[in-house]
Design a protein around this ligand. Structure first.
Ligand code: SF4
Length: 314
C-alpha cells in the first residue's frame, strides 16, 4: 500500500508531534505534572526469577534515578513542592516509575495506588511494569482503577527483535508483549510502549522496525529514547571492554524524525529523549542536553515540513 501523505503540517500546540503535555492539557484543561514514585518493588530480572543483574542497560535504581524510596504521600508532597517552583499546576499523575510496579502482592499494589490517588490534586495513575507481570488478577485490579481514574500502563519493549531482547537480558519475547497489549486494550486500559535507539547490534533501521511494530499495535502512547550507557549498569562494563559506535546527536535527531513520521498522529508521544542522571551517564554525553535535542527535533521536522504520522500507513 502507498504511504498516506498529508502535505499541510499538523500541529499540536505548535509542536509537530502529539506530546503527552498536549494530551493531558486537552484532557484536563490545564497542565498536569507527573510525580515519579518508588513503590519499593524489584524486577523478575533482578530477584533471581529470570536473572539477578537486571536488563543490561538499566541503572541500579530500576529506571527511577529521580525517585526517592519511602512513604508515597511524602514522596508526592516533596515532589509537588519542588514542581511548584517551576509550574503553577496543582494537578498530578502519580507515576510509579522505579522497577516493576505490579510485581508484588495485590494488597500491596492496592494500598500503594490508593494512597497515591488520595494525594490532593491527583487526577491519574501511571504504572510502569513488564508484560510478564500482568496476570489476570493484576489486570482485574488495573481495570478497576481504569474505571475510576485516568490510568495508563507503561511497558518496556525496548526492541521488537527477540535476538536483541535476549542480548539485553529482557526476559520475555515480543509475542508476549504483543499479547498483553491486546489484553490491556480489550479492557480499555491505555498502554505506553517504551523503545530504545542504539541498542547493541542494532542500527537505525533496526530501531525503525521496532517503531513500525509498536505503531501497528493498539497502544495509546510511545516513549522513545537514546540508549544511555550508565555507570551502574552491566552495559557499562560491556561497553568499556568492547565499545561500539553510538549515534551522535545529529543522527539521533534524524532518526527520531524518521520515527515520528511513521507513528500514527493519534498516538501520544511521552518521550523523545531520555532523562539520564548527570552523575551516571557515561555515553553519549550529548543526551544530557535534553532541551537542545528536543529543539533540534522540532527544527528538523520544520525543515522537512513534516510531522508525526506523515508517512504512517493507515
Ligand atoms: S529495564 Fe525495567 S524490567 Fe529491566 S531491570 Fe530495569 S526496571 Fe527492571
Amino acid at each position: 500500500m502507498e504511504p498516506k501523505v498529508i502535505e499541510s503540517p499538523i500541529l499540536w500546540d505548535n509542536k509537530r508531534y502529539h506530546s503527552l503535555d498536549y494530551a493531558l492539557k486537552r484532557r484536563f484543561g490545564e497542565k498536569v505534572a507527573k510525580l515519579s514514585l518508588d513503590g519499593g518493588f524489584t524486577c523478575p530480572t533482578r530477584d533471581g526469577t529470570k536473572g539477578t543483574r537486571g536488563c543490561i542497560f538499566c541503572s541500579s535504581r530500576g529506571s527511577g534515578d529521580f525517585t526517592k524510596a519511602g512513604n508515597i504521600t511524602l514522596q508526592m508532597a516533596e515532589q509537588a513542592a519542588l514542581l511548584a517552583q517551576k509550574w503553577k499546576t496543582k494537578r498530578y499523575i502519580a507515576y510509579f516509575q522505579s522497577h516493576t510496579n505490579t510485581y508484588g502482592p495485590i494488597e500491596k499494589l492496592k494500598a500503594l495506588f490508593d494512597e497515591a490517588l488520595a494525594f490532593p490534586g491527583t487526577v491519574g495513575l501511571a504504572v510502569a511494569t513488564r508484560c510478564d507481570c500482568l496476570g489476570t488478577e493484576v489486570l482485574d485490579l488495573l481495570e478497576g482503577y481504569n474505571k475510576k481514574t485516568f490510568l495508563w500502563v507503561e511497558l518496556g519493549l525496548q526492541t521488537s527483535s527477540d535476538e536483541t531482547g535476549r542480548l539485553i537480558g529482557r526476559g520475555f519475547e515480543t509475542q508476549q508483549f504483543d499479547e498483553v497489549v491486546g489484553k490491556l486494550d480489550t479492557r480499555g486500559i491505555r498502554t505506553v510502549a517504551h523503545l530504545i535507539a542504539g541498542l547493541p547490534g542494532e542500527d537505525g533501521q533496526g530501531f525503525l522496525r521496532s517503531v513500525r511494530h509498536v505503531a501497528a499495535l493498539p497502544v495509546w502512547g510511545m516513549k522513545l529514547q537514546m540508549l544511555h550507557v550508565l555507570t551502574d549498569s552491566d552495559l557499562y562494563e560491556a561497553y568499556l571492554k568492547a565499545p561500539y559506535r553510538l549515534f551522535d546527536r545529529e543522527e539521533y535527531v534524524e532518526l527520531i524524525c524518521d520515527a515520528l513520521e511513521l507513528i500514527p498522529p493519534d498516538k501520544v508521544i511521552h518521550r523523545l529523549t531520555g532523562d539520564g542522571s548527570k552523575d551516571k551517564v557515561y555515553a553519549p554525553l550529548w543526551t544530557l542536553d535534553k532541551r537542545r535535542v528536543l529543539t533540534e527535533i522540532q527544527q528538523e521536522l520544520t525543515r522537512r515540513r513534516s510531522y508525526q504520522g506523515k508517512f504512517h500507513q493507515g
